[in-house]
Write a protein that binds this ligand. Structure first.
Ligand code: GDP
Length: 440
C-alpha cells in the first residue's frame, strides 16, 4: 500500500548511511528523496512541505547519539513525525446512561458508508454493546435493503421507515430505548459529490437528533482529495473523526497522511476489506510502521527507540540527583513532562504550579504536552542546556521544527523560566512541603 514511500525512505537511508557526521546540506539532500516519495504517494503539498521542514529542523537540531548512524536517526525522526502527523486519536466510543449513544455516519455515495455502519455495529457487539442500525439513507436505491441484509448477517436489529431521513433518525432513538439498545448507528444519505442540499439535510439531523459523535466515512482510493471532502463535511458538521475505507486496495497513502493535517480531524477506524469483520482501530504507530515497511527501516526505528529508552533511564537517574541539588534544565523539564504524560498524570500536571499555565484554557492537555515536547525536541543540545542563547533566528528554526508560531516558542521559554524559578524554590523545601504544594 505504501510501497512508494517505503522505497523513497530506503533510498534516502542508503544515500546517507555511513557518512559519519551529517551536514545540513546532506540532510536536505536525503530529505529531497523523502519529499518526492510523499508527493508521489499523493500526500497534500502543504502537508509534505510542513512535514519535511519539521524533520529537517529536528535532524539539524538533534544531538547525535554516539552509538547510532546519523542517517538512521533521521529515519527515527521521520517515524516519530509520521506518528505525530496522524495522531493523537482517542480510540474510545462514548457511553452514556441517560439515553442510547448516537453515532452518525455520513459520507459520499460509494465511500462504503452502509458497509461501515454494519462493520461498526459488529465491532460494538463484539465489545459487549447492543447496537441498533438505522437505515436513514433514503437517497440511494437499495441502501435500506442492503442494510437490512447486513443486519441479518450479524444479527443486529435494523430500524427503518419510509418517511423522511430526519424522522427515521428521531424515531430510531425512541425505538432503541424500547429495544434496550445502547448505541444507535445512523446510516445517512450520501451524494455523488458534495452539495448544499445534502449538507442541509445532515445539519437538520444533527440539530434534531444531537448525535454524540459524527463520523465521516471516506474512501482512501481518492487519495488527498479525501482531505478536501473531510474539510467540507467538517465545516458543515464538526466531525469527531473519519473512518477511512478501502485501505486494502491499491492506495498510495495520500488520504491517511493528509486528512488529520489538513482538517485537524483524526482517523478513528480503517476499513481493510469488504467483509464485515474488516474494520480496525486506527493506531498512528501501527500505520507509521506500515508506511516504513517491516524490513530494514522498522528495524532501525526499533533499535534507536531501545537506545533512547536506555539513555533516558540513565538520564532520569542523573536528573533526580540534579533536581535534589536545585538544578533544572529544559532537558529535565521535557522528561518530567513526558513521564507525567506516560503515567497518565495529566490531572496532576495541571495542578503543579507553573505547569498549569502551559495548558491553555480548554485545550486538551495531551495536545499541549505534544506542543511543548515538539518545541523542546526542536532545540539543539546547547540550547536545551542554556536557553539564554536562543535568539530570534533560533526561535524561528525551533518554531518551524515544532510546527508552532514563533511567539509560542517565546512564550514557552518565559513560562519555563518561571517553572525553573519555582523548582529552585521547591528544592529548598522538604519532601513533605513539596507534596503539599502539588496537592494544594
Ligand atoms: P455507500 O454508498 O457509501 O453506502 O457504500 P457501500 O457501503 O455500498 O460500499 C460501496 C462498495 O465499497 C461496496 O462494494 C463495498 O463492499 C465496498 N467497500 C466498503 N468498504 C470497503 C473496504 O474497506 N475495502 C474494500 N475493498 N471494499 C469496501
Amino acid at each position: 500500500m505504501f510501497e512508494g514511500i517505503t522505497r523513497g525512505l530506503s533510498e534516502a537511508l542508503r544515500k546517507l548511511r555511513g557518512r559519519g557526521r551529517l551536514t545540513p546540506e546532506n540532510i536536505r539532500e536525503g530529505l529531497r528523496e523523502v519529499r518526492r516519495a510523499f508527493l508521489e504517494a499523493d500526500v497534500n503539498f502543504h502537508v509534505v512541505n510542513d512535514f519535511i521542514a519539521r524533520v529537517e529542523a529536528k535532524a539539524t537540531g538533534q544531538e547525535v547519539l554516539a552509538r547510532v548512524d546519523p542517517a538512521e536517526q533521521i529515519i527515527k525522526i521521520v517515524y516519530d513525525e509520521l506518528v505525530a502527523l496522524m495522531g493523537p486519536v482517542d480510540p474510545r466510543i462514548p457511553q452514556r446512561s441517560d439515553r442510547p449513544v448516537v453515532l452518525m455516519l455520513c459520507g459520499l455515495q460509494g465511500s462504503g458508508k452502509t458497509t461501515t455502519a454494519a462493520k461498526l455495529a459488529l465491532t460494538l457487539k463484539e465489545r459487549g454493546r447492543k447496537p441498533l442500525l438505522v437505515a436513514a439513507d433514503l437517497q440511494r436505491p437499495g441502501a435500506v435493503e442492503q442494510l437490512q441484509t447486513l443486519g441479518r448477517q450479524i444479527d443486529v436489529p435494523v430500524y427503518s421507515e419510509s418517511t423522511s431521513p430526519v424522522d427515521v433518525c428521531r424515531h430510531a432513538v425512541q425505538a432503541a430505548k424500547r429495544q434496550l439498545c445502547d448505541t444507535v448507528i445512523l446510516d445517512t444519505a450520501g451524494r455523488l459529490q458534495i452539495d448544499q442540499q445534502l449538507m442541509r439535510e445532515l445539519q437538520q439531523i444533527d440539530n434534531l437528533v444531537q448525535p454524540d459523535e459524527v463520523y465521516l466515512v471516506v474512501d482512501a482510493m481518492i487519495g488527498q482529495e479525501a482531505a478536501n471532502v473531510a474539510k467540507a463535511f467538517n465545516d458543515a458538521l464538526e466531525l469527531n473523526a473519519c473512518i477511512l475505507t478501502k485501505l486494502d486496495g491499491d492506495t498510495r497513502g495520500g488520504a491517511a497522511l493528509s486528512i488529520k493535517a489538513v482538517t485537524g480531524v483524526p482517523i478513528k477506524f480503517i476499513g481493510v476489506g469488504e467483509k464485515l469483520d474488516k474494520l480496525e482501530d486506527f493506531v498512528p504507530e501501527r500505520m507509521a510502521g506500515r508506511i516504513l515497511g517491516q524490513g530494514d527501516l522498522m528495524g532501525v526505528v526499533e533499535k534507536i527507540a531501545a537506545i533512547q529508552k536506555q539513555i533516558s533511564e540513565e538520564e532520569l537517574k542523573k536528573q533526580q540527583e540534579a533536581l535534589a541539588k536545585g538544578d533544572f534544565t529544559l532537558d529535565m523539564f521535557r522528561k518530567q513532562f513526558s513521564l507525567l504524560a506516560q503515567v497518565g498524570m495529566k490531572d496532576l500536571l495541571s495542578r503543579i504550579p507553573g505547569m498549569a499555565d502551559m495548558i491553555p484554557e480548554g485545550e486538551d492537555p495531551e495536545v499541549a504536552l505534544r506542543r511543548v515536547q515538539g518545541i523542546i525536541d526542536s532545540m539543539t543540545r546547547q540550547e536545551r542546556a542554556n536557553p539564554d542563547i536562543i535568539d530570534q533566528s533560533r526561535r524561528r528554526r525551533i518554531a518551524r521544527g515544532a510546527g508552532v508560531e514563533v511567539q509560542e516558542v517565546g512564550q514557552f521559554l518565559k513560562q519555563f523560566e518561571q517553572v525553573r524559578h519555582l523548582m529552585r524554590q521547591m528544592s529548598q523545601l522538604s519532601l513533605w512541603q513539596r507534596l503539599k504544594m502539588v496537592t494544594g
